[in-house]
Design a binder for this molecule. Structure first.
Ligand SMILES: [Zn+2]
Ligand SMILES: [Zn+2]
Length: 494
């Protein structure tokens, strides 16, 4: 069965966008030939089926290099607080789900944004008790680095503080995570994958599990992976090297935390936060511990991925990568730094020298960058400008893998591309080609699949999205409004 796809412009992203193709043949789910032909009528006879997208634009299926797919699905299922503008909003949204709480024996809510709450604070356990004293309630902030709970949950987890950050937050999150049933997790994966497909994503890197010895998470995902709507590349957030090898994964880690987040003031900084003068954030690892783990993983030929946001955290991670790779050099390790937000020129230089893969989320700047934004408030104008220096990194020849960190920002690559092209700091803006490459070829590279996905070239999987408009042609401020009209996976519409 040979299919011929025709469209006014097809960006295979092999070359510069100046010469788009207008047809490609697909055989057995793979691109057999792609090119430009003045008279497409003349080649129609070579196909069993012809699909013509008219004046639409075709791009390779997007690849999101950093998602938490389980949490993405759960956010759709559990209580969403993103619309809450006051403490009473929070309580009334939670109260609407009281019945669900009773049935499940717990209530989980996400996306609390303190900045949007009139009172500019978390709800207290006492306030949450008004929703229920019988079952535990968990309210997590949008950045996923702090939470608050009701009195019942405080008792069950043995926590004293009302607002939980750092390791207390991790403990409480783990407690609530363990309450999830297998069925609910499978549902969440399915829903997450469907959401991805709708937004033009055909492959996603997903970070799963927690830094603990159990492998249930990974087992569930491996069991259902082939039935999901999109291809999934799992990264297991664990230091359990044996386990990752057993499942034959190429990489280990993900949001394995070197530090926290800027929003929760836990990202590790060289200089203190502007709005908390004695605080320089935190580092989760002792140097020795980190050395040992990365040396082991590197020795086992694994790609390592770690979450590092602040300059002090990136410094710790980079210097461990340097030490380890000096002792045990590897040709093509592609060790990653997830987020990689606040870094200086020297660090970029060293990343390029080492061949590190930065895995970044441009939509962070879209939401928190700019004048008066969260980044400025936390770090001051001068430092905030240095965040997410996409252009500088690309100019050093590094391939930045693009991601959403969904559910932190929407699982929507066009928004990510828009954010990269319209960066709040003009000097950090990417051109549209690099924006697209972040979410296609560069993300494929970051998971060793660059010969298979991320491009529409001969021998590549026929994964692609049909766009309503040409992102190269429209005003840059409109990229996020381009519609995903159709999505194909291996030549079949999904
Ligand atoms: Zn992270
Ligand atoms: Zn993450």
């Amino acid at each position: 069965m040979v299919k011929l796809f025709i469209s006014k412009k097809i960006y295979g992203l092999e070359d510069e966008p100046s010469s788009p193709a207008n047809f490609f043949f697909v055989k057995n789910g793979t691109v057999a030939e792609i090119g430009y032909c003045k008279n497409v009528e003349s080649i129609k006879g070579r196909a069993d089926e012809v699909i013509n997208f008219g004046n639409r634009v075709v791009v390779p299926g997007f690849i999101d290099a950093h998602t938490h797919l389980l949490q993405t699905g759960l956010t759709e299922i559990d209580t969403d607080l993103s619309e809450a503008k006051s403490i009473s909003d929070v309580l009334s949204i939670l109260s609407e789900d009281r019945k669900k709480g009773r049935e499940d024996g717990y209530l989980r809510a996400y996306n609390l944004e303190i900045e949007n709450i009139k009172e500019e604070r978390y709800p207290t356990p006492f306030e949450l008790d008004r929703v229920s004293k019988e079952f535990p309630i968990y309210v997590k902030t949008r950045d996923s680095h702090s939470c608050t709970v009701n009195t019942k949950a405080k008792g069950l987890t043995g926590k004293k503080e009302n607002i939980l950050r750092g390791s207390d937050f991790e403990d409480v999150s783990l407690f609530f995570h363990k309450l999830l049933s297998k069925e609910k997790k499978i549902d969440a994966y399915r829903i997450g994958a469907e959401l991805a497909a709708k937004n033009g994503v055909t492959t996603l890197h997903t970070l799963i599990g927690r830094d603990e010895p159990e492998d249930e998470e990974l087992k569930i995902l491996m069991e259902i992976m082939d039935d999901l709507k999109v291809d999934v590349v799992p990264y297991y957030q664990s230091r359990n090297i044996k386990l990752v090898k057993r499942f034959d994964l190429k990489g280990i880690g993900g949001c394995l935390l070197i530090d926290g987040s800027i929003s929760s003031r836990t990202a590790g900084l060289f200089a203190p936060y502007r709005d908390e003068r004695r605080n320089k954030g935190m580092l989760y690892f002792r140097r020795k511990e980190l050395d040992r783990f990365i040396a082991q993983a590197n020795g086992e030929n694994l790609q390592v991925a770690m979450h590092a946001i602040g300059d002090r955290a990136i410094e710790q991670l980079l210097s461990v990568y340097e030490t380890v790779l000096k002792k045990n050099p590897r040709e093509d390790h592609r060790h990653r730094i997830e987020h990689c937000e606040l870094l200086n020129d020297n660090q970029i230089e060293r990343m390029a020298r080492l061949g590190i893969c930065p895995s970044m989320q441009p939509a962070f700047d879209f939401y928190w960058g700019g004048k008066g934004g969260l980044y400025e408030r936390r770090l001051g104008v001068k430092r905030a400008k240095k965040l997410n220096p996409l252009k500088k990194i690309i100019n050093k020849g590094l391939k930045i893998a693009g991601g959403s960190d969904s559910p932190i920002t929407p699982l929507n690559p066009l928004l990510g591309i828009h954010a990269a092209v319209n960066h709040n700091n003009k000097e950090s803006r990417l051109d549209v080609g690099d924006g697209l490459r972040m979410f296609t070829t560069y993300s494929a590279y970051a998971c060793f699949r660059e010969d298979n996905v991320g491009k529409l070239g001969t021998g590549y999987k026929a994964d692609f999205a049909v766009l309503s408009e040409d992102p190269f042609d429209i005003p840059k401020e409109q990229i996020k409004d381009v519609k995903i009209e159709k999505v194909y996976k291996e030549g079949i519409r999904i």
